[in-house]
Design a protein around this ligand. Structure first.
Ligand code: A3P
Length: 392
């Protein structure tokens, strides 16, 4: 499946089919470090009979054809990284990827009760939380103070799968379903996604599913600036760059990948109030301000609380330091890494920029800040969610 109007740009690379290979993932629940290559040649034998695989392939083709027709009737707006975004069930999605991938996810992804999902709106701290989540969940397996620690040579995006990358491709959800069960106690497996809560399958969001979420949100002014800079790097050269004013206007109208921003956040926020044991809701700014407190709460939610002994030994601080912007952004792997999310979506070292709170001040006029604050106040009004002074 192609990215709409996909062309080569410095941040992208198109990979020849013969070289197609998805990234290796560090399997977080293995008893000892195990790298699974989730590519076609090394795929583990699936538990599904061949006939089911064939049916799934046929389903995929039918779904893609059906949604290929439906897409023509949907509201369309200017895209940030692709030429257009389409509005589907209230959210703006890239027509070739997320829009067609969402139904495939519903049809073919089989969640396990022990699965844990990191959910974010783009540019809200996914990379950081990936590293923290991996390090927290695997500290019995890997000594965080070791100079051989996996995160020192493996980027945070290779630590566990990004679900949305799988739905870019027609037959790869089966890969996820065929993940081997290495332990009988069904230790958690980690995934990340940008999908709005409302667009995820019920098999994942229903309280009875057992699946848990960590959602990290960030103040929209910094999200907008971060996203505008990132997307312009990713934007094909054939499309004129998006000016800040254009990006700002689109964002305020709710038009950006997986947006409106506010609906994305509120979807997870409301669910977190309703299902407190299921969704851990965290703000980027709070984590920046007091990582010790929030990492401890985060670990408790993940079912891996830090023991007094670990606290005494400084394990919490070690993880914070290991996953800090200062540490990760200076690692060779993160400076040079070409990230293969899927065979068509490849990002070159763009996940670390400044990692600060309040960088929007270097870009926004007072009027831009005032208007965006007003929209946020109106949207979050009565929800109990605020960003407050920590976001300034
Ligand atoms: P800026 O562009 O404001 O610097 P995502 O990972 O969701 O794509 O978000 C990217 C944003 O998080 C970027 O923000 C990036 O610099 C910042 N970031 C990446 N790693 C980080 C870390 N370890 N700590 C804090 N911020 C981090």
């Amino acid at each position: 499946m192609q990215l709409e109007h996909f062309h080569h740009s410095p941040a992208f690379a198109i990979i020849a089919p013969c070289l197609q290979e998805e990234p290796p993932y560090l399997l977080s629940h293995a008893k000892k470090p195990v790298l699974i290559m989730r590519n076609k040649t090394t795929k583990k034998p699936t538990k599904k009979p061949l006939q089911n695989m064939e049916n799934e392939k046929q389903d995929n083709e039918e779904t893609i054809a059906k949604y290929g027709e439906l897409v023509l009737s949907l509201p369309k707006e200017r895209g940030w990284m692709t030429q257009h975004l389409v509005q589907y069930q209230g959210f703006w999605l890239s027509p070739a990827c997320a829009f067609k991938g969402a139904p495939l996810l519903h049809q073919h992804f089989h969640a396990r009760p022990s699965d844990i999902f990191l959910a974010t709106f783009q540019k809200s701290g996914t990379t950081w939380l990936r590293a923290l989540m991996f390090a927290t969940m695997n500290r019995a397996l890997h000594d965080v103070s070791s100079d051989q620690y996996p995160l020192l040579t493996t980027g945070p995006h290779d630590c566990f799968p990004f679900l949305d990358a799988y739905i870019h491709q027609t037959d790869s959800i089966s890969h996820l379903n065929s993940r081997p069960i290495l332990s009988h106690d069904a230790s958690p497996e980690l995934f990340s996604t940008h999908m709005p809560y409302a667009l995820l399958p019920k098999s994942v969001t229903a309280s009875s599913s057992g699946c848990r979420f960590v959602y990290v949100c960030r103040n929209p002014k910094d999200v907008l600036v971060s996203k505008w800079i990132f997307m312009n790097k990713m934007r094909p050269k054939q499309l004129a760059p998006l000016s800040l004013q254009e990006a700002y206007d689109l964002f305020c109208q709710g038009v950006s990948h997986y947006g409106p921003f506010w609906d994305h956040v509120l979807g997870y926020w409301k669910a977190s109030l309703e299902f407190r044991d299921k969704i851990f809701f965290l703000k980027y700014e709070d984590l920046k301000k007091d990582p010790f407190v929030h990492l401890k709460r985060f670990a408790e939610f993940l079912g891996q609380p830090f023991s007094l002994e670990e606290e005494r030994k400084g394990v919490v601080q070690e993880i914070i330091k290991l996953c800090s912007f200062e540490n990760l952004s200076h690692l060779e792997v993160n400076k040079t890494k070409v990230q293969w999310f899927s065979s068509q979506l490849v990002v070159k070292n763009s996940f670390f920029r400044k990692g600060q709170v309040g960088d929007w001040k270097n870009y926004f006029t007072d009027e831009m800040a005032r208007r965006l604050d007003q929209i946020t106040d109106d949207k979050f009004n009565a929800s109990g969610l605020t960003f407050g002074p920590a976001a300034e």
